[in-house]
Write a protein that binds this ligand. Structure first.
Ligand code: DQA
Length: 145
């Protein structure tokens, strides 16, 4: 079983980007932990990051038939992207949304997620653990369906 992990804009800066909010863990460290957990769960992980909305839309579309599910941190596009939401709604690939911080406890513009209505579920607020919990939840869902 192959799982695609997608990271949205500015997540390449993790480790030095607003560490009081996002912590000191780098994206490479998160990806390494996901690969380790993936081995434990018996799934193969492929991770990609982009600062460009269209890349994320393309990757969601291309995942159909290639990946069993997608673990997605849309970052700022969570709160703006109808295109990303439509891509998720348009393909039959189950998606779990994850966030390091808890957007609901932050500025008002972060309270709306455009993708939340079209994903299986969301894990937010647990730092890098959000990704690991999200991967467990996604794989559990896929094994049950
Ligand atoms: C984020 C939360 C978003 O509001 C923000 O724009 C990000 C990161 C998170 O992981 O906490 O870039 O998705």
């Amino acid at each position: 079983m192959r799982i695609l992990v997608l990271h949205g804009p500015n997540l390449n800066l993790l480790g030095r980007r607003e560490p009081e909010i996002y912590g000191r863990t780098t994206l490479a460290e998160i990806e390494e932990e996901l690969r380790r957990l993936g081995r434990e769960l018996g799934v193969e992980i492929e991770s990609r990051q982009s600062n460009h909305e269209g890349d994320l839309v393309d990757w969601v579309q291309e995942a159909e038939g290639e990946f069993a599910g997608i673990l997605l941190n849309p970052a700022a596009y969570t709160h703006t992207s109808v295109a990303l939401r439509d891509a998720i709604a348009g393909v039959g690939v189950p998606v779990v949304e994850v966030h390091l911080s808890n957007p609901a406890a932050r500025e008002e513009f972060r309270h709306v997620s455009y993708v939340a209505p079209v994903v299986i579920g969301t894990v937010a607020g647990f730092g890098k653990e959000s990704y690991l919990l999200g991967l467990r939840a996604l794989v559990g869902y896929l094994k049950a369906h």
